[in-house]
Design a protein around this ligand. Structure first.
Ligand SMILES: [Zn+2]
Length: 409
């Protein structure tokens, strides 16, 4: 966009757009009296942020399920899971991982937001200021536990995991493929009454939903209808295959099909974000710890040290630790004990918000609609719903940590 257009915004126009956007101003939620002076600077930040968030660093034809999968899916059921995992692991370990995004850490977006803030403060000739905290009630970081249940066998192991989570004071979300195997809904309702959440994991792992627009048009109404019947408001695509332009049209409140970085999925990529962001009106909640399947079957790495060190790194920058564990692979020993150890260590992260995906999505929507104003040197938050709003100093220790953490990787 030409500079003259950027500078032609009026304050009213900018306010009417609101903060349901992915620019740096909306990310930090800075004082409203800074909005106009930083407007031009901010426009460029949305383009830069979405370069990562929407995976625009990948060519357009690679931001969709790979064509080769159309050959794989028809024969997939002929191969036992162990053979599929073995072949996939050989393929993964013999191919070169792309340089970007880095794995398991990619600080590019953190760096962008941090540098934007530094230059914004310089432009305002200010050394410090206020912003709206990323999480409600002044929590320092956020922990979200999610599961995809791939098979009947996994379904039978749900309670084993749920019981351990409950023991450590956690609740989680269970994403189910809605037409892949018979779902015992009364059993899921019992979990719901215990405080767990249920989400839609597409219809089936058959690669069809995002294969073509005709497939999407044929399958989306069935997916939405079953989801509506069972009051499921969250979505994760089977095998995390995705086409952004169609995905955001689905009738869900939030999605979790993106990772911050995952070069090992059938559709590799990553949004580089350790925070929620907006996909149109939908909130995206990227998973930010590597999947159990990736570490166990593909890379054959010891999962716990990778999970815990990345979780600590995310906590240190105040981000969202979002796990994706399958009961199919981790719902039995010895993996269950390893998962329990992960929960123990997550439980030790100080002042962390343990939340369900729906709570985080609702919070991110509410936060976007809050306004921070500074009157007589005092920060005041207004908006339709300001419950939980916490104002923090930009010069807080956490932001200084950001800069050093960005340099580490
Ligand atoms: Zn799955």
């Amino acid at each position: 966009m030409a500079l003259s257009k950027q500078l032609s915004f009026t304050a009213g126009e900018i306010e009417s757009v609101g903060d349901v956007a992915n620019d740096a101003f909306a990310f930090w939620k800075l004082p409203e009296n800074w909005r106009l002076p930083l407007a031009a600077h901010n426009y460029a930040s949305e383009v830069a942020a979405e370069h990562y968030l929407l995976e625009k660093y990948r060519p357009e034809e690679m931001r969709r399920p790979p064509a080769g999968l159309q050959v794989y899916y028809p024969v997939k059921h002929l191969l036992p899971a162990s053979v599929r995992h073995y072949l996939h692991s050989i393929l993964v370990r013999s191919s070169e991982r792309p340089d970007f995004p880095g794995w398991p850490y990619e600080p590019a977006l953190l760096r962008l937001m941090s540098e934007w803030l530094d230059s914004g403060l310089a432009e305002l000739q200010s050394k410090d200021g206020w912003h709206l905290g990323f999480w409600p009630d002044d929590y320092d970081c956020c922990i979200v536990l999610t599961h995809d249940v791939e098979s009947r066998r996994g379904f039978e192991r749900i309670e084993a995991i749920a019981d351990i989570e409950e023991k450590y004071g956690f609740r989680s979300a269970w994403n189910l493929p809605l037409a892949q195997y018979k779902i015992d809904w009364p059993r899921m309702e019992k979990l719901r009454r215990r405080g767990f959440e249920i989400g839609a994991h597409g219809l089936s792992h058959d690669g069809r939903l995002f294969r073509s627009f005709e497939d999407f048009q044929a399958l989306a109404p069935k997916l939405e209808s079953i989801a509506r019947e069972h009051e499921l408001r969250g979505f994760r695509s089977p095998s995390t295959l995705r086409r952004l332009e169609w995905l955001q049209e689905l009738d869900f409140d939030f999605d979790s099909s993106f990772s911050d970085t995952d070069p090992y999925e059938p559709q590799p990529g990553g949004c580089c974000s350790l925070f929620p962001f907006f996909l149109g009106r939908m909130v995206e909640l990227p998973y930010t710890l590597p999947q159990d399947h990736t570490l166990l079957h593909l890379l054959r790495r010891d999962a716990l040290p990778i999970w815990t060190s990345k979780a600590r790194w995310i906590a240190s920058v105040g981000g969202m630790i979002l796990t994706l564990i399958h009961p199919d692979y981790y719902g039995h020993q010895p993996y269950l004990a390893e998962y329990e150890e992960l929960l123990k260590q997550l439980g030790e992260l100080r002042n962390s918000w343990r939340a369900l995906p729906s709570e985080v999505a609702a919070w991110w929507q509410r936060r976007a609609r809050m306004r921070l104003e500074v009157k007589s040197s005092r920060p005041i938050v207004s908006g339709p719903d300001v419950e939980g709003a916490a104002v923090r100093r930009l010069s807080s220790e956490r932001l200084l940590t950001w800069r050093s953490k960005c340099r580490e990787y």
